[in-house]
Design a protein around this ligand. Structure first.
Ligand SMILES: [Zn+2]
Length: 240
């Protein structure tokens, strides 16, 4: 709803700026359409920035132990029965220590979440994210990886030892190994480098994903960012 509201305001502001008398003449000019596009872009970008700010403020409360736990009550359940308008989409790991609604201190209906061990992108996850962006108008997509991720660790160890992963979790390897290729030659903690490389890789995959996300990103209607969750402190940092 918020994005629609700000768009309405933007349209009203444009009308005020142009004046009713000049509107019809301006409608036929390229100037009007380019102004309208840039106004829409800045409004959409504001919606994405606001969404990020809301997430990071929630994370600060979580780290400080000052959770509001708002929007988790019977009246919210009742309101949401009519429909949802989550302000952000989060692609996170399934790890029990990184539930997005809790680490960002958000309530029912706030976040549209996709979770898979290793927060990699697979077709079902992508379709879900596309749906949230296209139909629920979420202005922000956040890829959330985390320190000492078990799935990433398994793939790093498999590469280091040359031992294939068991069949039931070999999908991790297929998805994560290409993502962490760029981290192989980096100095420092191999798993942490791989976690960060995986976040950046998946963020880029989403940004360039056709036909939906890339177009929304190009039009400035959605921001796709990658963030790292510190298991030791609870802190979230945007890294991509
Ligand atoms: Zn994980």
């Amino acid at each position: 709803m918020e994005i629609y509201k700000v768009r309405e305001i933007s349209r009203r502001n444009l009308l005020i700026l142009l004046g009713a008398g000049t509107l019809s003449a301006s409608l036929g000019s390229g100037l009007f359409s380019s102004e309208m596009v840039s106004a829409k872009e800045s409004v959409a970008s504001t919606a994405s920035d606001k969404a990020l700010k809301r997430l990071l403020e929630g994370n600060k409360r979580y780290v400080a132990g000052k959770l509001l736990n708002s929007e988790r009550n019977p009246s919210r359940i009742h309101d949401l029965a009519k429909g949802q308008q989550p302000f952000a989409v989060v692609l996170a790991c399934s790890d029990s220590r990184v539930p997005p609604e809790i680490v960002f201190d958000q309530g029912l209906g706030d976040l549209f979440t996709v979770r898979v061990a290793g927060n990699f992108l697979e077709p079902g996850g992508l379709a879900s994210i596309d749906y949230a962006v296209e139909h629920l108008k979420s202005p922000l997509v956040l890829v959330l990886g985390h320190r000492r991720c078990g799935a990433v660790t398994a793939v790093v160890e498999s590469i280091q030892t040359g031992k294939a992963l068991p069949d039931d979790i070999s999908k991790f390897s297929e998805a994560i190994a290409p993502a962490i290729e760029s981290a192989k030659k980096q100095l420092g903690d191999a798993v942490d480098n791989a976690v960060r490389a995986n976040i950046k890789y998946v963020t880029n995959e989403l940004k360039t994903s056709q036909p939906v996300l890339a177009e929304f990103v190009k039009k400035g209607q959605v921001k796709v960012l990658g963030a790292y969750y510190n298991l030791d402190t609870g802190d979230v940092q945007v890294i991509a």
